[in-house]
Structures are given as C-alpha cells and as structure tokens.
Design a protein around this ligand. Structure first.
Ligand SMILES: Cc1ncc(COP(=O)(O)O)c(C=O)c1O
Length: 369
C-alpha cells in the first residue's frame, strides 16, 4: 500500500538524532517550560523571519491564543474560509466570537479577497485566511481589505510551515501567524504542538501569558489563561526536525512537479493551481477530478491511499447549523468538496511510486484499469 502520508520512513531516518534529543530531556527531567522551548522558539522565529515565536500545545491553541492576543472576544465577528479544517472556526468560537464565512477562489481554494468586503460589519474584528494544502492565501489583497477596514489579519498557516509568499517566508508578514506541528504536517512533532509567530512583542507576550494560566511568576496570575504549553520533548524533537524542513519541502515540491507533469494532460483531472505569489509546500497534493469517489475506490483497489480535504464545507456542518447558512451559499467551496482528492505526498515518496499513482489515475479516466 502507498500511504497518503508515511511517517515511518522519516522517523527511521532520524531515529538516532531523535533518540538523542529525547535522551537529553530525560537526563534533565525538565519537561515543561525552560531551555528547549526557548531554543525552539528562537530557531523557528528565525526560520520564519518573524521576531517572536511562541511555542504552544497545538495549531488549534495557536489560533485561539492568537485571536485573544488580537483582542477578539464576545460580540466580535471573524471572517474566514468555509473550506478548511474545523479548528479554524473552533478557535474563533473559543475566543467567544462568531465565524463569518466567505467563499473561496476557484484556483487556489483559499479565501477570495474580493468577497471579504461584502461581509464586513462594524462587529468584524479580524480576518483569518487559511494557507490551504500549504499554499499561502493572497495575503496582500487580504491585508489591503484589512487595512481599509481596520481589521487584524491572523493567518492560519497550520498546513504551511516553510511556504513563501512573494519570496518571503510565511510568518514574517501577517500580524500573527499560526502553525501546527501535528505529526503529518510539513514540520511534525511526535504528538501535538503548534506555534504563533509575530513581530509584535506585546502580542507575543499575550500568547505566552495565556498559554500558561495567565501566570507572570509562580503563583501570580494576571489573567485567566489555559494550559496550552508545548512540552520540552516536542520542542527538542522539533529542533532536530527543523534542520531538515527546507530539504523536505524541496522534495515535496519536486514530487508535486512530477505529479503535475504526469497528470496535466489527463482529461477529467485538474492539477493544483499554483498562484504567482506563492511558493507552496504541498502539505497535501490535491487534484480536482470528476467522479471523485469512484476514483478513490479505484486507487484503493490498486493499493493507493488517498484523502478528501474536505468533504463537507464548514457552513454545511451540523456543528455550525446555528450560524444559519444553507446549501448554495458558497458554491465554489461546495464544488471543491465534491471534487478534491489528495494523493500520497511526503518527502520520502519515490519517483516510481509517484509514477504508479499517476498511471493509476490516468488508467481510471482512460478506461484501462
Ligand atoms: C488549516 C488547519 N487549521 C488548524 C489546524 C489545527 O491544528 P492542530 O491539529 O495542531 O490543532 C489544522 C491541522 O490539523 C489545519 O490543517
């Protein structure tokens, strides 16, 4: 079976380095706060070209704390994409605010900047663009709307560690940028972890305060917060893996190039649209196809795992029925939900495996399975 994501190969390759990093933490029994967290924060901020990185327990926590740091709270509205993982919207409601969806652009499937203006009200506090599948959203266009309407941009870059927008790394340019280090992400921990990157010292301090119970010194709590800290073991392992991230992302781009070449002329298949402003990292390699579910079954029969991200846009999820949206509200997102299929993608994928996957897709549409 060719898996959608293979964590075993990468883990085996780095096994000794990872064991050593974990061993260092065990030797000192310093499991929360402290030097590994600080070292990782410094290294990740530098990697992203941002001034401050704050290590937290997950991408969801990163979004939640970033929204709080931006002053989002009850009665506020936050504009985002309906075509994302639920955590994007969950973080908005966790901050007490209301998610307001606008449709996505049919090319990159990220939020359509031209549609944002139409939903901005006096309650709107911020915009949360999502860098879907590892491709940055159209950040300058989004920032322009934000500037005119006095809104804060909080970027959901949970799928995009290492991506670039107009030649600059993601993390350097939005007010607050949120990352996930969930194991299958481009930079994956050995469990859950995340980070918020910002150039705003006050915002960074706010995230750090809230991630640790609002504690300014032992026993002193300036505000109520959460337990949203990253563990030292995760930080130590992420420090090891960060050194390989650029190489891994280059491999992902190479694989995407090979898929593109083999699939571009297959009728019924649309390869991922790469925008001129983006250097994506292909957290997922996602094509758009006709008869998606039958293709998925066909690939499964040929030993190929695939995934659908996402089969139901957020505005049609039962969880958000209370927001009052209905089918037809966001036709681009709804069409994408019927047509997207993510093919195997991870740095250690071989050229032969990619060829086999692409041939299998071609065979389905040319009737020669
Ligand atoms: C777009 C997006 N936002 C938020 C998250 C949440 O990240 P985590 O799973 O680390 O909480 C994820 C990842 O799962 C994601 O893909």
């Amino acid at each position: 079976m060719i898996p959608l994501v293979d964590l075993k190969k990468q883990t085996r390759q780095l096994e000794r380095e990872i064991q050593r990093a974990i061993g260092d933490v065990l030797a000192e029994c310093h499991y929360v706060r402290g030097k590994w967290i600080e070292e990782f924060e410094e290294a990740f901020a530098q990697y992203c070209g941002g001034a401050y990185a704050s290590a937290v327990s997950s991408g969801t926590a990163a979004l939640h704390l970033a929204l709080l740091a931006a002053g989002v709270g009850p009665e506020d509205e936050v504009v985002t994409s309906p075509y994302t993982f639920i955590a994007t919207a969950e973080a908005i409601t966790a901050a007490g605010a209301r998610p307001v969806f606008v449709d996505i652009h049919p090319g990159p499937l990220t939020i359509d900047p031209e549609k944002i203006e139409g939903v901005v009200t006096r309650r709107t506090k911020s915009i949360v663009p999502v860098d879907l599948y590892g491709q940055p959203a159209d950040l300058d266009a989004i920032r322009e709307v934000a500037r005119v309407r006095g809104l804060m941009v909080i970027e959901d870059a949970c799928q995009a560690a290492g991506a670039q927008y107009k030649g600059r790394p993601i993390g350097a340019t939005s007010h607050l940028t949120c990352f996930s280090f969930y194991p299958s992400k481009t930079l994956g921990a050995l469990g859950d972890a995340g980070a918020v990157v910002t150039n705003d010292l006050k915002a960074a301090a706010h995230v750090r305060l809230r991630r640790d119970h609002g504690q300014t010194e032992p026993g002193v709590h300036e505000v109520e917060g959460y337990n949203a800290r990253m563990d030292s073991i995760q930080a130590a392992v992420l420090l090891v893996k960060l050194q390989h991230l650029s190489r891994w992302n280059d491999a992902r781009r190479r694989h995407a190039g090979q898929y593109d070449e083999l699939l571009t002329d297959v009728e019924g298949v649309q390869i991922p649209a790469v925008m001129e402003y983006a250097n994506p990292v292909y957290a997922l390699y996602t094509i758009r196809v006709r008869r998606r579910d039958r293709l998925q079954a066909h690939l499964h029969q040929r030993g190929i795992s695939t995934g659908v991200y996402y089969p139901i846009p957020l505005h049609l999820q039962a969880a958000y029925r209370y927001l009052g949206y209905k089918e037809g509200d966001f036709p681009v997102a709804e069409a994408a939900a019927q047509e997207t299929l993510s093919l195997p993608m991870y740095p250690e994928l071989s050229e032969d495996e990619i060829s086999y996957v692409a041939e299998s897709v071609r065979a389905f549409y040319q009737g020669t399975p």
